[in-house]
Ligand binder design. Structure first.
Ligand code: UDP
Ligand code: MG
Length: 314
């Protein structure tokens, strides 16, 4: 029997915590009675610098419920870093860890199958969304668009998989060696190369509260999902630059021929066009290169991803 852990990031989740804790505890009771997990398995709620009563509720749940543990981060570090904090804490106590959002939009019934697949020798078990009925149309379509762009950029990631997954202790230890700052966990998983499997995940609507993923947080994640793993945007810009150069070369030939043949140089339009074209191509290239330089800048600083303020463990 394995000592099992669930890691769940919480940012201003006071509205869902009680319900989330009771559903997960019921699942634990069930898995313990089936002898799939040991009775000292635990649920680790990571408070990601919430401004509401999230942490007091976790403290209260911890004293009332033997499964519930807590990790309090000193400030809001974002979903990915909060999950990382939880996993790196849980890995010292558990044989396998499942990460799931506190709003339990993912299908908790898939967790048992994840454990079975772990027992069958998989170090990573991905929850793959087979139905996103619970997500809004806007969320669904932007997510699809993002997965497609990411794929075309050559980033290896599991299609329609978010951060609902099981990792073995071994995978977690390996993950701890990835010291990067611009964390995009979904991209790191396939890089580790461990045996993996998938389970079906049916998305339901958020049980209470509102989405904590603001547009800017989502865009940040999407940018990381591409620029942390792919340098294809640079190549695309270089290609664009090359085409621009070719166009201006033909323009030059045209201008020279009209000079030699004594024709009036057709005036401004072509020149203005090329000036604007080259100017914007340069700006774009500088922008993209700047994006990577920005990353190098952040990487070399090697700042800690999070500051743990308090740990509640059994
Ligand atoms: N979350 C977090 N830090 C943040 C934003 C979100 O820990 O800065 C957590 C949040 O509490 C939830 C999970 O990440 O458990 C996913 O967020 P949410 O459900 O709001 O996103 P959505 O499902 O709308 O994409
Ligand atoms: Mg959600």
């Amino acid at each position: 029997m394995i000592r099992f852990a669930i890691v769940s990031p919480c940012y201003n989740e006071e509205a869902v915590l009680h319900e989330s804790a009771s559903r997960l505890s019921a699942l634990f009771e069930n898995l313990i009675s089936k002898q799939k997990i040991s009775s000292d398995s635990f649920i680790l709620y990571v408070n990601d610098g919430s401004r509401d009563k999230t942490w007091p509720i976790i403290q209260e749940l911890h004293s009332a419920n033997k499964f519930i543990c807590g990790l309090n981060l000193a400030h809001n570090v974002g979903h990915q870093n909060a999950i990382m904090a939880g996993m790196m804490t849980a890995k010292d106590y558990a044989d396998a860890v499942v990460t799931i959002d506190a709003d339990l939009q993912d299908d908790i019934n898939a967790i048992e199958e994840m454990i079975d697949k772990y027992n069958a020798g998989n170090d990573i078990v991905y929850g793959v969304k087979v139905s996103r009925e619970g997500d809004s149309l806007a969320k669904r379509s932007t997510a699809m668009l993002f997965y497609k762009i990411q794929q075309s950029m050559g980033v290896k990631a599991i299609y329609n998989h978010a951060d609902f997954r099981l990792l073995s202790k071994r995978a977690l230890q390996e993950l701890s060696l990835y010291k990067e700052r611009n964390l995009y966990l979904r991209g790191l998983m396939p890089m580790m190369g461990f045996p993996s499997a998938t389970v079906d995940d049916v998305i339901s609507p958020r049980m209470a509260g509102s989405s904590k993923y603001t547009l800017s947080k989502m865009l940040r994640l999407a940018t990381d999902g591409i620029t942390s793993f792919s340098t294809k945007p640079i190549s695309l810009i270089i290609g664009l630059g090359a085409i621009g150069m070719l166009v201006s070369f033909f323009m030059l030939v045209y201008v020279l021929i009209s000079w030699i043949s004594g024709h009036v140089v057709p005036g401004w339009s072509s020149i203005m066009l090329s000036v604007w074209f080259i100017g914007s191509a340069l700006l774009l290239s500088i922008g993209i290169v700047g994006e990577y330089i920005g990353k190098i800048y952040i990487e070399v600083k090697k700042r800690p991803l999070y500051t743990i303020e308090e740990v509640l463990m059994n």
